[in-house]
Design a protein around this ligand. Structure first.
Ligand SMILES: Cc1cc2nc3c(=O)[nH]c(=O)nc-3n(C[C@H](O)[C@H](O)[C@H](O)COP(=O)(O)OP(=O)(O)OC[C@H]3O[C@@H](n4cnc5c(N)ncnc54)[C@H](O)[C@@H]3O)c2cc1C
Length: 501
């Protein structure tokens, strides 16, 4: 428990991946005194996992681990070292378009679309390729980027509706500098050849294969990483309520204060600023746009149906379901669902009707994890969202009307996606250096608000690099050069070579 007399060279707020990355690096360096404060009772932040009373595990959204960094890989290997700690998967994912399942990515697989859509998509791609030859300017927003790179056909069929469903904002209001490896640029020749040969092309991108923890869900990674740290430095159930950046003191909910030399905070930047003494100096941060994420879990009795097979996840641009993504979460690890011997009652059938019996009976079980975005531009009826999702599962063919639902779960994450809006860079370029001049390092998915470096690997390394900057003055590559870190495997840092320095 903290007291007002405590002082640490570095204080870290938050035990999500960013805070744990900072803590990991601090624990390696013999020197600075440090402490971490986390409001929740467990580590993980947005990468944590809940267990439902029925025994289903649910991540806060579909999380897969992929990595740009050797140091991150080594920290995960240290935390979960045995081969049996992980399941390894090849990404199998589809897009629901009209009544067709299109292998991901859409733009490489238009050969499976109805013929009229194939014509539209190819027409658009050819026009876009021709226009790009004479273009003298860069696209100014995400919608323009999509039109120029993928053409009108693909934009209208998939990118525009899907983008709005994920981001909860029109793509014209988003910038496009954040892109890079995240969208597969089309190859017109390949697209035409694939259509003529009736071929499909999958496995594009950084997460074509991934590993998933055998137990505890994604959150199991972060509770294991937290166990590798000195426990005396970690303070859970401790909310930071106010920060005096002039006196360099954080004030905790229990009334105590902790003084710091440098502060690494991973709470959302808009909330951080609202806690500061001189908040007016950081005006603009409160206008940073973000979407919220509703996470809906559904547990179903029975063997996994052949219609889902070993698919990892599906994307849904259409308006016959509220979710933009559905993950077959039971496919990631057997421990994500209760064992077949577990007796559970049927709560309802998928079509809303009552089961013949509510007596608990045996499994097996499988599960779905759905994500729905919300913003002031895309409201969601929170009362009916679970019911609307189940209807959407029936509409899209993922559930049969007679499927027995044994578990429903709903979690609302107020800060889900840090939106790269047109104004974002200007706000960050003012706020982050101004905070740094006060020894405050706001880092992480919502700490530094850069979607392009906001996955678990990036977040962890934002924490590591912030510490190295504070102690050694080194460059924060992930924060300042996202294209560089995303364009290669970053192996300069090694956990084993950096102990004690
Ligand atoms: C829907 C969704 C899908 C995602 N999919 C993927 C994926 O497939 N792959 C991937 O790698 N990443 C994915 N991510 C991103 C991943 O969740 C983040 O990279 C990661 O959790 C960010 O870590 P962080 O530490 O920066 O922030 P957070 O995880 O948000 O952690 C911040 C921590 O700070 C604590 N905190 C906040 N305020 C206070 C306070 N005042 N006092 C004390 N503690 C406080 C919070 O409780 C929290 O634990 C996804 C995220 C979402 C929402």
């Amino acid at each position: 428990m903290a007291t007002t007399t405590n002082y640490f060279d570095v204080v870290v707020i938050g035990a999500g991946p960013t805070g744990l990355g900072a803590a990991k690096r601090l624990s390696q360096i013999n020197g600075p005194s440090w402490a971490l404060f986390e409001v929740n009772p467990k580590a993980g932040g947005l990468s944590a996992t809940d267990e439902t009373p029925e025994g289903f595990l649910i991540d806060y959204g579909g999380h897969v681990v992929f990595s740009h960094y050797k140091y991150f890989d080594e920290c995960l290997d240290e935390a979960l070292p045995r081969a049996e700690d992980w399941h390894r998967h090849q990404r199998i994912s589809y897009i629901r378009y009209k009544d067709t399942w299109v292998p991901y990515p859409f733009q490489n697989n238009i050969s499976v679309l109805p013929i009229e859509d194939q014509v539209d998509c190819l027409d658009g791609m050819i026009d876009a390729a021709l226009e790009s030859r004479s273009a003298t300017t860069k696209p100014t927003n995400f919608d323009e980027w999509t039109l120029r790179n993928l053409g009108k056909g693909i934009s209208n069929a998939f990118m525009r509706p899907y983008s709005f469903k994920v981001w909860a904002i029109e793509p014209t209001k988003m910038q496009c500098q954040w892109l890079g490896e995240r969208v597969a640029a089309p190859d017109v020749k390949k697209a035409v050849t694939n259509v003529l040969r009736n071929h499909t092309a999958g496995n594009w991108g950084p997460n074509a294969t991934f590993r998933f923890p055998a137990s505890g869900g994604t959150g199991g990674i972060w509770t294991a990483v937290a166990k590798t740290l000195p426990q005396r430095n970690l303070h859970f159930n401790q909310a930071v309520e106010r920060i005096d950046e002039v006196q360099k003191v954080i004030h905790l909910a229990d009334g105590s204060g902790v003084r710091y030399g440098s502060l690494i905070t991973t709470m959302p930047l808009d909330r951080l600023v609202s806690q500061l003494t001189q908040k007016e100096q950081y005006s603009g941060c409160e206008t940073l746009f973000h979407s919220a994420t509703h996470v809906i879990g559904i547990g179903v009795r029975g063997f996994r149906p052949s219609r889902v097979g070993n698919t990892c996840w599906y994307y849904f641009p259409g308006d016959n379901c509220p979710f933009y993504r559905a993950t077959i979460f039971s496919n990631y690890a057997p421990a994500n669902v209760p064992r077949a011997e577990k007796l559970l009652p049927t709560l309802r059938l998928a079509d809303g009707s009552s089961p013949e019996s509510t007596q608990p009976t045996l499994g097996p079980y499988w599960s779905l994890l759905l994500e729905v975005s919300e913003s002031r531009l895309k409201p969601v009826d929170r009362e009916t969202i679970v019911e609307d999702c189940i209807k959407g599962l029936v509409n899209t063919g993922l559930l049969a009307s007679s499927d027995e639902i044994v578990m429903t779960y709903h979690k609302y994450c107020d800060h889900g996606y840090p939106t790269p809006t047109l104004e974002r860079n200007r706000i960050l370029e003012e706020a982050l250096p101004a905070l740094k001049s006060r020894s405050i390092y706001s880092r992480g998915r919502f700490g530094s608000w850069k979607y392009e470096v906001s996955n678990q690997d990036h977040s962890f390394m934002l924490g590591v690099e912030a510490v190295d900057h504070i102690v050694y003055g080194s460059v924060e590559l992930t924060l300042d050069y996202p294209d560089v870190v995303n364009g290669r495997k970053n192996d300069e840092r090694s956990l084993h070579k950096m102990a004690g320095r």
